[in-house]
Design a protein around this ligand. Structure first.
Ligand SMILES: [Ca+2]
Ligand SMILES: [Ca+2]
Length: 190
């Protein structure tokens, strides 16, 4: 009897864990495919970078099986509408000096249109827009620019994610955030 209770307990626990990882994804959706990313910007190669990063992230998160389009029960379509690369507004400290015009910090922001489609019932599961960003400065490496490049409260050597050449790294950070935000939406929409 005790054995049975333990087995039932494990089964129950397992069920809960599975549920919490899947969040509120509809029960009949067990797999996902990512369609080739549509890149409407002039930023070369960003579609491929997003494809690689997002696929890796989905596999690591293990919420849905990642399959090709012919086999999957759902399909993710992503269009990169634009990529802004612009100076951030100055902080109050900088504004005290009215002659201060040198740009010290830029922000790269990706604007993506997302469509997650149920291929078994031919209906949309999620339609949304995401605009993740990464910041960069004029230094040689974002690990020493005194900027919190991914806005997580940790700066430079205190943050494992802050390394690499400025603009490239800001794009990497924005792509990482895109993957995170997308998976959050997938697991919390329903
Ligand atoms: Ca940081
Ligand atoms: Ca930094």
């Amino acid at each position: 009897m005790r054995k049975l209770i333990i087995i039932l307990g494990l089964f129950f626990l397992g069920g809960c864990m599975y549920y919490s990882i899947r969040g509120s994804i509809p029960a009949h959706i067990n797999s996902i495919s990512v369609a080739p990313i549509v890149n409407e910007t002039t930023e070369f190669g960003i579609g491929d970078r997003i494809m690689t990063e997002l696929t890796d992230y989905l596999i690591k998160q293990n919420i849905l099986e990642v399959l090709n389009e012919n086999e999957a029960e759902s399909r993710l379509t992503i269009t990169i509408k634009s990529l802004d690369d612009k100076p951030l507004t100055y902080s109050l400290n900088n504004k005290t000096n009215t002659n201060y015009e040198r740009v010290e910090e830029w922000q790269i922001q990706i604007h993506a249109e997302i469509n997650w489609h149920d291929l078994t019932r031919d209906e949309s599961l999620l339609k949304t827009n995401l605009s993740p960003w990464g910041a960069y400065g004029s230094g040689t490496d974002i690990s020493t620019d005194k900027i919190d490049n991914d806005n997580d409260g940790k700066v430079d050597e205190d943050d494992d994610d802050e390394f690499g050449s400025p603009r490239e790294s800001a794009i990497r950070i924005a792509i990482d955030k895109l993957s995170e935000q997308l998976v959050n939406q997938i697991t919390s929409t329903w």
